[in-house]
Unconditional design. Structure first.
Lengths: 217, 217
DNA sequence: TATCAAATTTAGATTAGCCTAAAAAATATT
DNA sequence: AATATTTTTTAGGCTAATCTAAATTTGATA
């Protein structure tokens, strides 16, 4: 049985090892968790004692298969709760993360599985991230960044890379959301900004915005 | 902002002061919480520093009005979650307490209020206990114990005093639940056992059972 | 390759929440 | 009223999770 804190560490390590390959560095977890590197080192040792991570001094950590399972169980709960908050409790997609950060630690398999059934087995959360099923398996469609979508090729927004409130509310104002059809009309060579058609409206977005939007071509 | 532990203490003190009047003793909280009296003393001091209880050495504690409010906020969440688990997630009334014990600590006013709306403003939880509304006000109907119901007077089961799984499952087997109409056919002078009509069936129950069932006459 | 800067770990401390054992106060019993 | 019992508090300790400051190691740079 994990504590709330160890669960957050495992999840952070899991996410970090998704983006960067190889081992995960102390500092990167310190930044994610909001703790000092020395605290992270302490926790790495504890997780290593519990055989949830492989840890070698000065060499970072990687999750063991048991560690991955534990992390995925948290991710599963996090994303199911986020889905519930949006679909039934009138939360906007930029408000759910903080609450799900707490709900993900509730320990009851029955609760998780019944919630999944109640939501009718959703495969993706409100941000387009895949939800691990009961067997902790998740399949995400192959998606590209909007920066990589060729000119005049139809695509659909299926996710976001940046989950910050600021970015999500910005997309709300631009009327871009999961499911919005996107077409790149023009790519400006000078600054890589894009003229796109999003749904019905035509608008300009910066490169920074484009590289935080996932597209299914 | 309270910790999980202080919230559980405040709730325990609140419940204890409902039954017994006056101040609440160290030992009674120790038993409810499952901690040693010395730990309870420590916590009483902390709560007193935060002005959530009035505490005098050797004299027990009583909640301040701020303490009552905090306790009621937890009770509100606890009972709303219990209601949700039973009404939408296929939990039986004997399974909800443990999970609600965790869910009651989730901090999000919006979550609580939206949950209440989603459940359509329930007034009572699955055990018949009243749910404080947003203003922390709750009204319970006047109810009596089944032991006090006069012979041949129609009553309805509106709650239980003992919330243990054992008792609740026993009632399930006897087909007694919230809303079941009850009629006392005979009271045995020897041991105060009752012959009752519960719904369609006639059955015998002990005094101990009867004094854990609330009836609206 | 020697040196320096950055990353990481160690050492030592703090806080919350718990414990046991012993002391003190309150209450019950002779 | 004196004594015995029960309740409560104090004293001192432990663990998890954090911190700061001081080593130590790594790896980049000259
Ligand atoms: Mn979390
Ligand atoms: Mn998400
Ligand atoms: Mn609780
Ligand atoms: Mn209840």
């Amino acid at each position: 049985m994990q504590t709330l804190s160890t669960e957050d560490y495992l999840k952070a390590i899991y996410h970090a090892s998704q983006s960067a390959s190889g081992t995960v560095a102390t500092t990167s977890i310190a930044n994610k968790i909001g703790a000092k590197p020395s605290s992270v080192t302490d926790m790495f040792k504890k997780l290593s004692d519990q055989k949830l991570v492989k840890y070698e001094k000065y060499q970072g950590v990687s999750l063991t298969s048991e560690g991955v399972k534990t992390a995925l169980r948290i991710v599963r709960k996090h994303r199911l709760w986020e889905s519930f908050l949006v679909s039934h409790l009138n939360f906007n997609w930029d408000e759910v993360h903080q609450v799900a950060e707490q709900l993900e630690h509730i320990q009851s398999e029955k609760l998780t599985n019944e919630l999944e059934r109640f939501l009718d087995y959703p495969t993706h959360d409100p941000h387009g991230d895949p939800i691990p099923n009961r067997a902790l398996f998740m399949k995400s469609y192959n998606k590209i960044l909007l920066t990589e979508l060729p000119l005049n090729k139809e695509g659909v927004c299926v996710g976001v890379k940046d989950n910050s409130s600021d970015f999500l509310r910005y997309l709300d104002r631009r009327q871009i959301g999961i499911g919005t059809p996107i077409l790149v009309l023009h790519r400006e060579d000078f600054d890589q900004s894009l003229h796109i058609q999003a749904g019905n409206s035509t608008l300009m977005i910066t490169q920074k915005t484009a590289e935080n939007i996932y597209i299914k071509p």
